[in-house]
Design a protein around this ligand. Structure first.
Ligand SMILES: [Zn+2]
Length: 496
């Protein structure tokens, strides 16, 4: 069996005996020898915590796992690999997917045998439990904040500074948006275009239908802190606000931009214009974005007649079907309800929101992630410096006639290649910091707007935010899932 050894040590642990990289490394190599395993590579993350999986060598290991470079990963103890049950479960699942087993020496845990596989299943249960526990704790913390009239998470919206004080010029634009909507009867998109025409930006970025809708529907502008968006059964309520349970509204401690009367007046108006009254034609708002996760073909909307219910009423439901399946039936992707996709999308976004507020509440995970990324950037910069210094040294040695011209050329070729690699990694690391925060913010805006949007607006919102939405489902024939009890599926989102 070919073994990839993974070692990790945090800075504090470095000094403790037995935890040092050298000690871990020696015992693991010894272990391989005793079991007649061959060591394919050693991956060492030094001075990095296991709070997340954002570790350069761990990432390299996962990468190599996909290339089939080894049959199993060996660690000294679980906590060398990760400290979170959820992460452990996900990492082992990923390795398993690529046919790689996992061995932890201390715990005598080995997924290459049946016992280890059974334990892996149990790990899944604990991972779910851990996740729910964290979610629960975070939700509780946020509720406490709301009860004090404070914003529970994230940044303050446009119109306010970092401390939650009104920025007068921005507040004026927010009032202008309301005026255009109520007095001049413009739609979201028209308002956005009009603002752009007037040269008004939204802190440097351009106005969109989604930001206009968000501006009108955000309770914060009426001095109300709102929290909670789940239904009684724990599912996301989507646009059906009346189904929400446990939503908390508290009078905020911040100055409002709209009076409550104004706010509820335009909110009522928004709702009367939206599709909930069934006055407008319903739209397939995912058309053009949706792709089949199996064959990659586009998915198209179709209306199906369900079997009449006991009152004899036939409900027409909106579905999406894979075009390959529709054309020649070679793809087995099940048809999927529009409501189902909407539910998956909202769940995805609210999970991100929980993670985001988790960081706000505990200031841990995200900080650590950013810290790790920042460390990586610093390390790459140091590497870059040393490569460039080496280049100078080689040149110096050439001048001093210590190396030949051929030697110099081949040495420099290697150094330049390394330099190019480092520059590329550096670029990626820096982009990722920016992107993730921006996307998180956009998503939170998106989900707020979604709640008040009609079908036409939803189409606009989706096209603004996403390039592509891929539907992943591993079941061929999902029967027996009825009435809002959706079959298991996932979405893969590509942002614009
Ligand atoms: Zn398909």
């Amino acid at each position: 069996m070919r073994i990839a050894i993974y070692l990790r040590v945090s800075t504090e642990m470095q000094v403790e005996d037995g935890y040092s990289l050298r000690a871990q490394r020696a015992t693991l190599i010894e272990y391989c020898k005793a079991n007649e395993y061959s060591v394919s590579d050693i991956y060492m993350d030094e001075g990095i915590s296991a709070k997340d999986t954002n570790r350069p060598q761990l990432q390299r290991l996962l990468d190599d796992a996909t290339k089939g470079l080894f049959d199993a990963v060996l660690v000294h103890k679980f906590d060398r690999f990760t400290r979170s049950v959820k992460d452990l479960y996900e990492l082992l699942g990923y390795l398993k997917l690529h046919g790689v087993s996992f061995i932890s020496k201390q715990e005598k845990f080995d997924t290459s045998n049946a016992m280890g596989m059974a334990m892996l299943g149990m790990l899944g249960v604990f991972a779910q439990f851990e996740r729910e526990l964290i979610g629960e704790r975070v939700r509780f913390g946020m509720e406490q904040k709301v009860k004090e009239g404070k914003k529970p998470n994230g940044q303050f919206p446009y119109g306010y500074d970092k401390e939650g004080n009104i920025i007068p010029e921005e507040a004026e634009i927010i009032r202008l948006v309301r005026h255009m909507y109520m007095k001049e009867q413009m739609g979201f998109k028209t308002i956005a275009m009009r603002l752009i025409d007037k040269g008004i930006t939204r802190r440097g970025s351009t106005w969109r239908a989604s930001t206009v809708s968000f501006t009108l529907s955000n309770t914060f502008y009426a001095g109300i802190i709102q929290f909670g968006n789940r239904m009684e059964n724990g599912k996301y309520a989507g646009h059906r606000k009346e189904l929400r349970k446990g939503v908390i509204h508290e009078k905020g401690i911040y100055e409002a931009i709209f009076t409550e009367e104004e706010f509820f007046e335009h909110l009522r108006y928004m709702r009367s214009r939206s599709v909930s009254g069934y006055s407008r034609k319903r739209e397939y708002f995912f058309t053009g974005l949706l792709r089949c996760g199996r064959c990659g073909a586009s998915m198209f909307g179709k209306l199906t007649h369900s079997v009449p219910n006991k009152d004899g009423v036939v409900k027409k439901r909106m579905y999406y079907v894979c075009s390959t399946r529709r054309d020649n039936n070679t793809c087995k992707m099940p048809t999927i309800q529009q409501n189902h996709i909407e539910h998956l999308l909202m769940k995805y976004i609210s999970d991100i929101a929980i993670e985001k507020s988790l960081t706000a509440a505990e200031k841990k995970k995200s900080d650590n992630q950013n810290e790790a990324r920042e460390k990586l950037i610093q390390k790459l910069k140091r590497d870059l410096d040393s490569v460039r210094n080496r280049v100078k040294k080689w040149q110096f040695m050439f001048i001093e006639e210590l190396v030949t011209a051929d030697d110099l050329r081949s040495r420099l070729a290697v150094e330049y290649e390394t330099e190019a690699d480092i520059l590329k990694s550096l670029e990626e690391a820096q982009i990722r910091v920016k992107e993730s925060e921006e996307i998180k913010f956009k998503l939170s805006t998106f989900s707020q707007s979604w709640n008040e949007a009609d079908d036409f607006d939803k189409k606009e919102l989706l096209n603004e935010m996403f390039e592509e939405i891929r539907v992943i489902c591993h079941i061929d024939n999902p029967r027996g899932y009825r009435n809002g009890n959706f079959f298991p599926a996932e979405l893969e989102l590509t942002y614009r």
